[in-house]
Each structure stands twice: as structure tokens, then as C-alpha cells.
Write a protein that binds this ligand. Structure first.
Ligand code: APR
Length: 311
């Protein structure tokens, strides 16, 4: 392949990302983890599936960073996942230290890469990656809204018994309990779901979306979701690698957009060759704006506690 994607963290999310990138022939993959043998074993296993899956992507697993040199995209999934009863915010300190150490190693070897951050709490982790890499803001982006919107779309499609392909969903804000799904911008074949469903069902789907991650954590008990998070991260990588300019909800660095300053938070962006090429601003009702501001406050308080710890 003429593109290279490095995936840091060869756990549940990272391995699924590697598999999807390779099977879609988006790029060669370098899979990195601290656990000896884990990335090597998973990369080899995936490579051995290539003849059956009929792809020619090369996969390398390693515990060091040399092979990542010159990556087009680095997807960071390393860190601890949630257990039942934990919020994404509970992962803050541990994952911030892991993120800092990884970015310090990966950024100098791939100075032109776009960083896609998956590790939670993702909005705060984007700050750590941004500060540590010193990359321009368009080259640091967090995976959040693509997953939240996918969950919302899956629930809408199940509720109305229609194809997921006919659905669109719009989610703003931080990737957590304060996220702001916007039903009036969420549609089936262009028709807002508010016209297709009674208010109490819309509210129920919004609530299920907000707790979509926790629902999986409670079922799995030993970790958090990974198939849908990996699919979401790879959709972002696809749009960047192929310069497709898809408009996707992602954690992006805001400098005044939506009245929010110097904060990574989920907004619709255009993703292309240069990463976050544009931030799309839509008009919000007073209620929606208040919900977004509340979500921004929650993200800001995480970032401030990281700053106090010097991370
Ligand atoms: N460098 C490289 N890899 C690391 C490091 C590090 N410093 N620290 C931890 N890891 C690896 C672990 O060894 C493990 O293999 O990160 C991997 C994490 O995998 P899982 O425990 O399976 O967690 P996963 O479900 O993949 O979630 C990872 O993504 O969606 C988010 O909230 C989730 O923050 C979590 C992250």
C-alpha cells in the first residue's frame, strides 16, 4: 500500500481498527503495544487472514516506534477501558500519562501525520495529544461523534424498521453523559425524526444514545465497546486518506466556533487530506446551546484538572 497507518494499542479497539484498515486496503498497518508479543501476534494473525480476505495490506506488530516512521495517520487507542460503574472521566489521569508518553515517541517520527485519538476521555485526551505533539490544530482530531451518531442511527433504524443507510444523526458536545444528540437534525430519508416518532420515543432514543457506551460496558463487564468504536475511527481515517471530505461529528479544537474557545469538543467537521479542514457551524436553539455549553464545561473541568497535574 502507498499509505501507512500506525495503530497504538493492540487491545480490543486497536486490533479491530487494524483489521478494518487492512481489509479495506486503506493502508499498511503498524500495530504497537507495550505488552510483548501481543501486537506481533495479532498483526501476524491478521496477515495470515489476508489470503482469505483477499487484501494486500502489510501488517507489522512491534513494541517500539521505529516502524511507525512516516505514518500518514496515527490512531491512538492505548489506555485502560471502563469497567461497570466507571465513567469515561474516571480514566483521566492514567490515560493522560499513557497518551503523553505515546505522543512523545510517535510525533517526532511522523511529523506530518494526522492524529486520530480514540482513548477516553477522548476530548481531554485530544488536549494532551495537541499539547504534546505541538501539531497544528487541524491534525489532531478525536473519535467521538461518529460513534455516538452511529449508535443513534442504529437505534432509529431499529425503532422504525428501516435501513440504517436511510438514517442520518447529528450529535454535538463532549463524548460522555453530557453529549448533545440533536433530534431535529437527525433524519430518515431527509425527514427529521421528530416528524416520524412521538416525543417520548425520541427522548428515549436520545437517552439510550447518551448511555450507549455504558450499556455495552454493563453487558461486557470486563471492558468497553470496540466493534463500533473501531468502525467509527476507520471511517474517519478513510475520509482523510482518500480526501473524501466527509462531514462527520468529531472532537475538534474550537477557537470561537459555537462561542467556545480553546477546547476540543464534538462538532461537525469536514475531514480530508489536511485533517480537520473545516468546522461546520449550525444555528442552535437556546436549549441546545445551553446543553452544548454544559457539555463544554464538563470537558473544560477535565482539562483543567490535567493542567493542575502538569499533564
Ligand atoms: N503504549 C502502548 N500500548 C499501551 C500503553 C502504552 N503506554 N498502555 C497501555 N497500552 C495498551 C494495553 O497493553 C492494551 O493492549 O492499550 C491496550 C488497550 O486495550 P484494551 O485494554 O483492550 O482496551 P480497549 O477496549 O481497546 O480500549 C482502549 O479506547 O475506546 C477507548 O475507552 C477506551 O480508553 C479506552 C481505549
Amino acid at each position: 500500500m502507498d499509505k501507512k497507518v500506525t495503530v497504538v494499542g493492540a487491545g480490543n479497539v486497536g486490533a479491530s481498527v487494524a483489521q478494518r484498515v487492512a481489509e479495506k486496503e486503506l493502508a499498511d498497518v503498524v500495530l504497537i503495544d507495550i505488552v510483548e508479543g501481543l501486537p506481533q501476534g495479532k498483526a501476524l494473525d491478521l496477515q495470515e487472514a489476508a489470503p482469505v480476505e483477499k487484501h494486500d495490506a502489510r501488517l507489522v506488530g512491534t513494541n517500539t516506534y521505529e516502524a511507525s516512521e512516516g505514518s500518514d495517520i496515527v490512531i491512538v487507542t492505548a489506555g485502560i477501558p471502563r469497567k461497570p460503574g466507571m465513567s469515561r472521566a474516571d480514566l483521566l489521569t492514567t490515560n493522560a500519562e499513557i497518551m503523553k508518553g505515546i505522543i512523545e515517541q510517535v510525533a517526532p517520527l511522523s511529523p506530518d501525520a494526522i492524529l486520530i485519538i480514540v482513548t477516553n476521555p477522548v476530548d481531554a485526551m485530544c488536549h494532551v495529544a495537541f499539547e504534546t505533539s505541538k501539531f497544528p490544530k487541524n491534525r489532531v482530531v478525536g473519535m467521538s461523534g461518529v460513534l455516538d451518531a452511529a449508535r443513534f442511527r442504529a437505534f432509529v433504524a431499529m425503532e422504525l424498521n428501516v435501513s440504517v443507510e436511510s438514517t442520518h444523526a447529528f450529535v454535538l458536545g463532549g463524548h460522555g453523559r453530557t453529549m448533545v444528540p440533536l433530534p431535529r437534525y437527525s433524519t430518515v430519508a431527509g425527514i427529521p425524526i421528530t416528524e416520524l416518532l412521538p416525543q417520548d420515543r425520541v427522548d428515549a432514543l436520545v437517552e439510550r444514545t447518551r448511555y450507549g457506551g455504558a450499556e455495552i460496558v454493563d453487558l461486557l463487564k470486563t471492558g468497553s465497546a470496540y466493534y463500533a468504536p473501531a468502525a467509527a475511527a476507520v471511517e474517519m481515517a478513510d475520509s482523510i486518506l482518500k480526501d473524501r471530505k466527509k462531514i462527520l461529528p468529531c472532537a475538534a479544537y474550537l477557537q470561537g466556533e459555537y462561542g467556545i474557545h480553546d477546547l476540543f469538543i464534538g462538532v461537525p467537521v469536514t475531514l480530508g487530506r489536511d485533517g480537520v479542514e473545516q468546522i461546520i457551524e449550525v444555528t442552535l436553539t437556546e436549549e441546545e446551546r445551553a446543553a452544548l455549553n454544559k457539555s463544554a464545561d464538563a470537558v473544560r473541568s477535565l482539562v483543567e484538572s490535567l493542567e493542575k497535574m502538569g499533564l
